[in-house]
Design a protein around this ligand. Structure first.
Ligand code: FEO
Length: 190
């Protein structure tokens, strides 16, 4: 969501809340026994819950089905998902840019560290699709660096878009390519 879109949606929510408050006051002019103002109060109370549900959809949770059956790799994946959530939280609460940069740098660094560790294990296990897998890692790092530059330098990408790319890529990669090496690596590394 771009800053402009976010600003527009916040404006719409504010107008909605204001309109509800006015309608509640007018509704009570119909009498305290009239159901309309009470229904409107219920709608008003529900807004924060609906908002929280929409926001929580941006976050990612670990599921056992993501496991590749190797503890060190699973721990790396869990840590990366946690860091992506941290980035989403910082973006959502408009944390200062320096803190966002720190989280982002940490995430990119740990992703590279994880890829290096995983590639080492694949090499040791003589995994036959090693080259293809390594190529996917390299393409991802190159894409992330491009997006980070677009966020940092050009301002054409928002931090939410960068976090969304990282989240989608990582989940798809863990459930696709990483699962494929599991039978080869498990024997040697468990
Ligand atoms: Fe866990 Fe291939 O990255």
């Amino acid at each position: 969501m771009s800053t402009l879109t976010k600003g527009i949606s916040m404006f719409i929510v504010s107008v909605l809340i204001l309109a509800l408050l006015v309608m509640i006051v007018l509704g009570f002019m119909l009498g305290f026994g009239h159901p309309l103002p009470w229904v409107l109060i219920a709608v008003l109370v529900a807004i924060p819950f609906i908002h929280d549900r929409i926001v929580s959809r941006r976050f990612v949770e670990w599921h056992d089905s993501y496991s590749v059956g190797i503890d060190t790799i699973d721990d790396d994946h869990k840590k990366l998902l946690g860091m992506i959530n941290q980035l989403q939280t910082a973006a959502h609460y408009k944390t200062d840019k320096t803190s966002i940069e720190e989280i982002l740098n940490g995430l990119v660094d740990y992703t590279q560290y994880h890829f290096t560790r995983e590639e080492g294990m694949m090499r040791e296990s003589e995994y036959p699709d090693f080259d293809e897998h390594k190529k996917q890692h390299e393409e991802m790092i190159s894409q992330v660096n491009k997006f980070v530059d677009e966020y940092r330098i050009d301002g054409t990408k928002t931090i939410e878009e960068v976090a969304m790319y990282l989240k989608t890529w990582l989940i798809n990669h863990i459930n696709g390519s990483d699962q494929k090496y599991a039978p080869y690596l498990k024997e040697k590394h468990n």
